[in-house]
Design a binder for this molecule. Structure first.
Ligand SMILES: [Zn+2]
Length: 284
């Protein structure tokens, strides 16, 4: 067993509060990988015929008709945010920290934390949430539940073309009649209101953690949007006396010099790291 794993296990054991900062690498461990061509081919055969190979190519793509657009997004969001698939890595992580006072901050919009046993009241998703819809303009700061809208699209889905065959099923803003999209941070029109309360709860939890032994476990947070998770976790540990950082990252495990002996990196995938940490926790 390597020294970093042993150290991380000891820090988990010694911690009173655990902050989990999770990026795309955590969802990839649960099979949600926007570059995964095999899953894309299985879910989107009609889009493969249109020349696409992976989900990342559809992010921000504007060349689809509304029927194709909602055919794609309803299938994608159902798979990512509402499927009943078991997500072993999340459940293992939950098992690892279940007797600690835990808060989760994640850039992921897939709801995998609350769907796998993490407390919704201890969750901050500053990049948004696939479970909510907003007006694209936006003409209102309101949001609406996504699920009934995409279920209606999926009911009207042509199985061959993967287009929404009923124009009435294409969602529109109930106020202005314009386009809607999931409530995720894609541009300056992002409706932040659903996350204001989460942010307040997060700040309150951090204030209460000021006198606690705080451990930050950062998982799969790279340099795509580093200010959301990675840099924020580094900054928190830097400012919080006695706090420690466990960075789990296969491709970018480097640690800032300023954290010295208060940080350790596990240069491996999330699933492997959580499995190794969990085996130790069970034995302890
Ligand atoms: Zn509107």
């Amino acid at each position: 067993m390597s020294a970093p794993i042993e150290q991380a296990r000891r820090w988990i054991h010694e911690s009173e509060r655990v902050l989990i900062g999770a990026g795309a690498g955590m969802s990839a461990a649960a099979g949600i990988d926007y570059g995964d061509t095999a899953t894309f081919a299985r879910l989107f055969p009609a889009f493969v015929r249109r020349g696409f190979r992976a989900q990342y190519q559809l992010i921000g793509h504007t060349g689809l008709t509304p029927a194709q657009h909602w055919g794609y997004w309803s299938t994608h969001v159902k798979h990512v945010a509402f499927s009943e698939d078991e997500r072993v890595a999340y459940q293992a992580l939950q098992g690892l920290v279940q007797d600690r006072d835990t808060f989760v901050l994640t850039s992921n919009v897939d709801r995998l934390f609350p769907r796998n046993g993490f407390d919704e009241a201890r969750l901050f998703t500053p990049q948004g949430d696939y479970a909510l819809l907003q007006c694209r303009k936006p003409c209102t700061r309101e949001t609406w539940p996504t699920r009934p809208v995409i279920e209606r699209c999926l009911t009207a889905l042509d199985p061959v073309t993967q287009e929404v065959s009923d124009p009435e099923a294409i969602p529109r803003c109930p106020r202005c009649g314009g386009a809607v999209f999931m409530n995720v941070r894609i541009d300056a029109g992002f409706v932040e209101e659903p996350y204001v309360e989460q942010a307040q709860r997060f700040r309150q939890w951090l204030r209460e953690a000021a006198t606690a032994r705080l451990l930050v476990i950062e998982i799969g947070a790279g340099f795509n949007t580093p200010s959301v998770v990675r840099w924020r976790m580094e900054q928190l540990v830097h400012q919080h006396p006695g706090a420690r950082l466990v960075r789990i990252n296969l491709s970018d495990p480097e640690l800032p010099d300023a954290l010295g002996k208060r940080a350790v990196a596990l240069a491996m995938g999330a699933e492997q790291a959580i499995g190794l940490l969990r085996n130790g926790a069970k034995a302890a």
